[in-house]
Design a protein around this ligand. Structure first.
Ligand code: NAD
Length: 419
């Protein structure tokens, strides 16, 4: 079950919401949302610095554009599949609806392990993707952003490739978010997902009557989401006891020095070898006692195998689809409060929306304004989901899905009978 695709996880979550919504919405709208609107497969053949053309597969999935252009990141890993990208695109539909931005759900995948390539080859690969995907990217179609294995710099190369193809200095409108500020990005986007995770985790602690100050945290994943979540949680007074990444894990019983760990991981590419902590087993780390567990890495990490052993009181899902449906049922049964991914990690897409509007309107927003709007929106949406969960006696995940799927069905109905 640990190898379950993210499509299976997304569909299982959808079916639970569909069952609750069935009495109120048209079966046709639910049927429409059960499948993606479009799945595109691309073959890239960039010439890398070794002088030899290589062949890579890539995917773009638009799950729904009922609320607006498809929005979602580009995942670049050696193991990403079309099914995973489809599941992630579906989750983006719900996330955008839940956080209240006028976007549909999309996602892209490039089957390549970025750790195997030099910075130059990474740039060539992303430019090849942008070149081959030109027809499928745009402010009315699909607007990408960074996800696992892609970065802010990569979004800059994509913008440049698309501008260059049009023979222009820039794109007309926002074609990609999460790009460098100097190229029209927005201050605060880089940390936005992690900040949203920290804000919702703090809300969950308050809901459980626990203090934010001194709350203990374990994280899996120390990339964009995990490292910013850890830093911001530490700045709120929480104590980060353990961090795992793909290569190993570190632990310190009275709290890691997060700033030093960020600097170490920045230098070495991993948390492994951090001398102000003890090396521990990455899988076992997830089951150690803590107040908040933050999965911020790959999907399907919390499974039937480890869910019964988890000792966290709250799980804040920084990653997309980190919990299998079976594990979710176990955690619910055990009374662990799960802040679901479509709420917990929606800070990134909310700030992407601010970037989109900034670029469309040729304005400039300050970092303070971005932070204020992000914190307010995450807190409001957390409260709305919590209230619905209490009212209907549902888990936070079911309440979030009910709200999100209901909103998209409303948009589909308002659009009428399209061809
Ligand atoms: P990233 O590539 O910056 O970092 C990924 C981290 O996860 C790395 O530290 C890596 O070592 C670790 N990792 C990967 N596989 C692992 C495994 N099997 N066990 C332990 N650690 C592992 O990626 P990111 O952008 O931080 O994304 C992380 C997760 O958050 C993904 O699920 C992504 O879809 C989700 N997410 C990202 C954003 C965003 O704005 N970047 C927004 C919403 C959701």
């Amino acid at each position: 079950m640990t190898q379950a695709s993210l499509w299976r996880t997304a569909l299982a979550n959808f079916e639970q919401a569909a069952e609750l919504l069935a009495p109120e919405v048209s079966p046709a709208a639910l049927d429409r949302l059960r499948q993606p609107r479009e799945r595109i497969e691309l073959t890239l053949s960039p010439q890398l610095t070794d002088g030899v053309p290589h062949v890579f597969r890539a995917f773009i999935v638009r799950h729904s554009d009922a609320l607006g252009p498809a929005k979602g990141g580009i995942r670049m890993t050696g193991s990403v599949t079309l099914d995973d990208v489809t599941g992630l695109a579906m989750e983006m539909t719900w996330k955008c609806a839940l956080i209240g931005v006028p976007f549909g759900g999309g996602k892209a995948g490039i089957v390549a392990d970025p750790r195997r390539f030099s910075a130059t080859d990474n740039e060539v690969l992303l430019r090849s993707f942008a070149h081959n995907a030109t027809r499928h990217i745009g402010p009315q179609v699909y607007v990408p952003a960074p996800d696992m294995g892609t970065t802010e710099a990569g979004m800059g190369y994509i913008k440049d490739t698309l501008s260059f193809a049009a023979g222009l200095a820039t794109t007309q409108g926002c074609f990609v978010t999460g790009k460098p500020v100097i190229l029209g990005g927005i201050p605060g986007r880089r940390e936005a997902t992690g900040r949203g995770v920290a804000v919702t985790a703090a809300e969950a602690l308050r809901e459980r009557g626990m203090a934010v100050e001194g709350a203990t945290v374990i994280l899996q994943g120390f990339g964009n989401v995990g490292s910013y979540a850890a830093s911001i949680m530490a700045s709120m007074g929480m104590r980060v006891l353990g961090v795992a990444d793909v290569l190993g894990a570190v632990w310190k019983a009275d709290g890691l020095d997060v700033a030093a760990l960020v600097a170490h991981a920045g230098r070495t590419g991993s948390v492994v070898g951090f001398d102000k902590g003890e090396a521990v087993d990455a899988a076992e780390l997830l089951t150690r006692p803590c107040d908040v567990l933050v999965p911020a890495a790959a999907g399907n990490q919390l499974t039937v195998d480890n869910a019964p052993a988890i000792q966290a009181k709250i799980i804040a899902e920084g990653a997309n689809g980190p919990t299998t449906p079976e594990a979710d049922a176990i955690l619910e049964e055990r009374g662990i409060l799960v802040v679901p991914d479509i709420l917990c990690n929606a800070g990134g897409v909310f700030v992407s929306y601010l970037e989109f509007t900034q670029e469309t309107q040729q304005e400039q927003m300050t970092e303070a304004e971005v932070r204020r709007r992000l914190t307010r929106r995450m807190t409001e949406r957390y409260a709305a989901v919590r209230d619905l969960a209490r009212q209907r006696g549902l888990s936070m995940r079911r309440a979030a899905m009910l709200k999100a799927v209901g909103t998209v069905c409303e948009a589909l109905t308002a659009r009428g009978n399209l061809p």
